[in-house]
Design a binder for this molecule. Structure first.
Ligand code: NI
Length: 304
């Protein structure tokens, strides 16, 4: 069994003094791939270094919504250069977070747009963070061309022929109805630890009703530790518990959900599922965009 943690922050300082140990745990747990996610320039640079260091690691670079105040076009240009580094598969996490009262909405919206435009220009996957901002997130993604025919035309379609916009809603917390809207537009949905929580209602409904070809799993480590480890520091090996919960909800085996979400993540990030990945190796992410392997992410036949 192999797992793909589509979103975590292993460059976070909390792992710094035990990163080699963590890498061993990740390998031992069958987490064959993960994406280390940036939130500002400094952490994005760390992610790029991490991806060069560990063969299971890929990088995403971006400015988190609350990190956008005071940004300049030069900062965006620096992000563009980073996005061209080896093993950088996505721009993220980017989006809108209206949770706190002092939210700088104009700044968040402006830099969300600019980073979507950058991702489109650079043919990169877009990893979206959206909190208490459902309507504006969808509107800005649409207006900025994230689901345009021009963009989806650049990528191989999903296995059943639907367009793939390579837009990933990370730690999705919206309604099942909104998830369907996103799926129709060509986005994919990533579920995290909250689906295992006792009070999870909406994400359980999403886990039950989403197309299996559109679902990914993630930890968002060091945050959002799943049951049964709540209260402890989260880590990529725990992605198994989110996959297990989805399997339980859908009546599938863990093996099926693990493999399917692995293949979906490979498709969303433009990676060959069985490609050999050497640290600091070829730019697999961008190179395979054009390969169009039709079997990428095909649902495996044994549903159980
Ligand atoms: Ni995150």
């Amino acid at each position: 069994m192999r797992l793909f943690d589509s979103h975590c922050h292993i460059s976070d300082g909390r792992y710094a003094d035990r990163i080699e140990e963590l890498a061993e745990e990740i390998r031992a747990a069958g987490v064959e791939r993960l994406v280390d996610i940036g939130t500002d320039l400094e952490s994005s640079e760390s992610c790029v270094r991490m991806a060069k260091r560990f063969d299971f690691c890929y990088a995403a670079v971006g400015f988190f919504p609350s990190e956008t105040t005071g940004l300049t076009e030069e900062d965006l240009e620096r992000l563009r250069q980073l996005s061209r580094e080896p093993r950088v598969v996505a721009i993220g996490e980017i989006g809108l977070d209206y949770h706190y009262d002092d939210t700088d909405k104009p700044s968040q919206q402006h830099w969300f747009r600019r980073q979507i435009e950058l991702a489109i220009e650079e043919d990169k996957t877009i990893i979206v963070h959206s909190r208490d901002a459902d309507d504006d997130t969808l509107r800005i993604l649409r207006e900025s061309g994230a689901f345009s025919k021009e963009r989806t035309g650049r990528f191989p379609p999903k296995p059943d022929g639907r367009p793939d916009a390579r837009v990933l809603l990370h730690c999705y917390s919206g309604s099942a109805e909104l998830a369907r809207t996103y799926e129709k537009l060509g986005a994919s949905i990533s579920l995290a630890g909250p689906v295992t929580f006792k009070n999870a209602r909406r994400s359980v409904e999403v886990a039950r009703t989403a197309d299996i070809r559109d679902l990914l799993v993630e930890t968002d480590a060091p945050y959002l530790t799943p049951v049964p480890f709540r209260g402890q520091l989260n880590k990529p090996p725990y992605v198994r518990y989110t996959a297990e919960k989805i399997a339980e909800i859908r009546g599938n085996s863990l093996e099926y959900i693990a493999e399917q979400t692995y293949l979906n993540a490979c498709r969303v990030f433009g990676l060959e599922p069985d490609g050999k990945t050497a640290p600091g190796g070829a730019q697999e992410g961008s190179a395979s965009c054009a390969s169009g392997a039709p079997e990428l992410g095909s649902p495996i036949t044994d549903e159980r």
